[in-house]
Design a protein around this ligand. Structure first.
Ligand code: GUN
Length: 302
């Protein structure tokens, strides 16, 4: 049986480090870091994320400033808000919650955020710094995954890493961070030929495609470390039964709780083959917010 890599426990460690950093600022006569969160429209998942972010800020002493705008907000108004936040000395970090409603250009919004306040690490300047291996604000999910791997003593030097997914938010930056730590990195995606065979090469498999249960036990190299970034809600009962075939009790519990959540990896199958696996929920999910607050403290400290 594989070890479970407990993301919640590691997120708590990261948050405690942020809390101490905030205390140290205050002891030095500086104000608490300020994080501005911009939420446009009423996407239910986004509302949950934003609520969780505010609660986490309160725990570590970061001031959270929420800006809610209606879905019909014109781009010029969103631009103007970002400009105001860029100029506001009380604001250290700006996060525009994605996805934006139809009609708004998210790239344009993200590019407008000052790179020094870009706590998501999505601005081209920060992407460029990451590409060059220089310090900057780095995307929260992959940097927190790297921190989790380091904490568990996973030596990345020379190992074969396969990153499944090529998003700007996780796949691409994760691949760069692994490369920086001297892993041999393959980025695989939906068009990759013989995906199972590519995955089977991986000593470290990072799945970030948003496809529930895509990665089966037979895709995993015995002894591999598996990081599952996917958080998917399964509505289809038959699909749920297939994915959770190795753990019917868990499926029952999830159904009773009202939401069948599943990663991109079949956790029960992975546990039989891998040496270590992140669970869903309780794996990478809690790490993202911990990464965000780490970045907010970093932005405040300059
Ligand atoms: N929506 C889902 N994940 C993210 C994220 O990491 N950052 C932002 N800004 N929006 C998101």
């Amino acid at each position: 049986m594989a070890t479970i890599l407990d993301g919640k426990a590691h997120a708590d460690r990261m948050l405690e480090a942020v809390r101490l950093g905030v205390e140290a600022r205050k002891a030095g006569g500086l104000r608490a870091p300020g994080l501005a969160v911009v939420l446009v429209g009423d996407d239910p998942a986004s509302q949950v994320y934003v609520r969780n972010k505010s609660a986490a800020c309160a725990k570590v002493g970061i001031t959270s400033l929420e800006h809610r705008l209606p879905a019909e907000t014109p781009q010029a108004e969103l631009d103007a808000l970002i400009d105001r936040l860029n100029a506001d000395p009380e604001v250290d970090g700006i996060l525009v919650q994605l996805p934006l409603p139809k009609g708004l250009d998210s790239k344009r919004a993200l590019h407008r955020i000052s790179p020094t306040k870009d706590v998501d690490g999505f601005h081209p300047v920060n992407q460029g710094l990451l590409l060059e291996g220089l310090p900057g604000l780095r995307p929260c999910t992959p940097s927190a995954c790297m921190s989790l791997l380091a904490h568990h003593g996973v030596d990345l030097k020379g190992l074969r890493a396969v990153v499944l997914g090529r998003s700007e938010i996780v796949g691409k930056p994760m691949a760069l961070m692994l490369l920086e730590q001297h892993a041999t990195v393959t980025i695989a995606h939906s068009r990759t030929r013989d995906l199972p065979a590519v995955c089977r090469e991986a000593d470290l498999l990072v799945a970030a495609v948003g496809r529930p249960g895509l990665v089966e036990g037979s895709w995993i190299k015995p002894g591999a470390v598996v990081v599952d970034v996917g958080i998917n809600r399964i509505e289809d009962e038959a699909l749920g039964a297939r994915i959770f075939a190795a753990e019917p009790k868990k499926l029952e519990t999830l159904r009773a709780k009202g939401a069948v959540l599943c990663g991109d990896v079949r956790f029960g199958e992975a546990m039989q083959v891998a040496s270590a696996v992140t669970p869903v929920p309780g794996g990478v999910g809690p790490l993202t917010i911990a990464g965000l607050l780490t970045n907010t403290l970093q932005a405040a400290n300059g």
